[in-house]
Design a protein around this ligand. Sequence first.
Ligand SMILES: C[S@@+](CC[C@H](N)C(=O)[O-])C[C@H]1O[C@@H](n2cnc3c(N)ncnc32)[C@H](O)[C@@H]1O
Length: 257
Amino acid sequence: MTLTGSRVRRSHVPSQGLPDVTPAYSQQEVFFCPEESHFYSHCLERLVFNRYRDSNSIIEFGSGDGSPVINALIRSQFNGTIQGYELNPSASQVARSRVSQCELDQKYVVHNRSFFDADVPNADCLIANPPYLPAPDNDICMPLLHGGDDGATITNKLLTLDCPNVMVLISSYSNPVETIEQGLDHGYAVADFMVTPLQFGYYSSEPKVRNCISKLRQNQQAFYSQNIYFLAGVLFTKQELGAIDISNELIKVMTAL
Ligand SMILES: C[S@@+](CC[C@H](N)C(=O)[O-])C[C@H]1O[C@@H](n2cnc3c(N)ncnc32)[C@H](O)[C@@H]1O
């Protein structure tokens, strides 16, 4: 991605003939990476909404501008509701505006709260494209994208909450093997996954982040080539629900570069 922090209008959801009144924010104010958000949306459609069509309870960590869930809802026949939590007030404002424009208020509710502080209901499935930028501290271009020293801190925490199904994006440069092992240790099987190649973008190319990624690679905790890294949408399902575990296959893919 080559945009440089100028004011950009976000990736568009269909506005159903209504004028788009959503305010525009820079990519330092609201997460903006269309390639990644589109991939998350396709993972939601295939791994979650079409699979748990009649599930009534899905919770989301970090809704961003809301477009991934909105677009997946429009493309699928999902009958339940999603409670989204987004800490960034600007992002949650954009998300709510989009939800209303698409008349999805009954299906998708975005709360401007930290997921970890909110009174989050029990749910059948937790979904997230979590912050996964590795850096020694959160003094980076967008602090809310900081994923701890190895990029995997928040993802790993989401796998300790005991939700029966968790669909999270995992990056091949953010200590992916430990995250998959964390899932197994907490009683999950890897039930399914989708993978896409991505180029390093606006956020991951920040020198402080890029240096950290290089150090992780020296410790065999980051896997990428000169051109790309892999991003996986992974569906973790509690082992007692009987899914065949394909974690070994996922590890092979995520460490291939
Ligand atoms: C990688 S972005 C993903 C945004 C959106 N889901 C997408 O894929 O386009 C991660 C989002 O998590 C949000 N976030 C970070 N910490 C959070 C927290 N504790 N609670 C809720 N949201 C949080 C960030 O503000 C950011 O919008």
